[in-house]
Design a protein around this ligand. Structure first.
Ligand SMILES: [Zn+2]
Length: 140
């Protein structure tokens, strides 16, 4: 079963779609490198992906112990890319199942990390921009 693309881009072709995807990944990586996690920036609270960027930077240095310490599911994005190119071509439903399983796994591991008080996912709402803005306005 062939999947329909999510959006149609000008001059849509497989190589251009890969180029757009690579550009989106690069922009996201730069934004994360400059700003860090957007949820943590705004709320001071971690998200299930917190530590993933640092984990992948550790992988690039071939420091796999540090990668697992920053985020135990660091291989997950790579597995999803493999699923994108393999499972999705055969079955959109199976690919959605993979995405759902990955999301569920992220949430389960996030809860475990929170319960173990992993410093990567420490809660610091006072550091979030929202609380700081409310504090500056005298609302908290
Ligand atoms: Zn995060």
């Amino acid at each position: 079963m062939q999947c329909k693309p999510w959006i149609r881009l000008p001059g849509d072709s497989a190589s251009k779609r890969i180029g757009y995807g690579a550009a989106a990944l690069l922009l996201t990586a730069v934004a994360y490198a400059v700003l860090g996690c957007p949820m943590r920036l705004l709320t001071g609270l971690p998200c299930p992906g917190c530590g993933m960027t640092r984990a992948w930077l550790s992988v690039l240095r071939l420091d796999f112990a540090a990668a697992f310490a920053f985020h135990p599911l660091w291989p997950l994005p790579l597995l999803l890319v493999v699923c994108w190119f393999t499972v999705r071509r055969r079955s959109a439903a199976a690919f959605r199942l993979c995405l759902g399983a990955a999301g569920l796994l992220l949430v389960i591991v996030f809860v475990i990390r929170l319960s173990r008080q992993d410093p990567i996912v420490a809660l610091h709402p006072e550091d979030g921009l929202i609380i700081r803005a409310l504090h500056i306005c005298g609302l908290v």
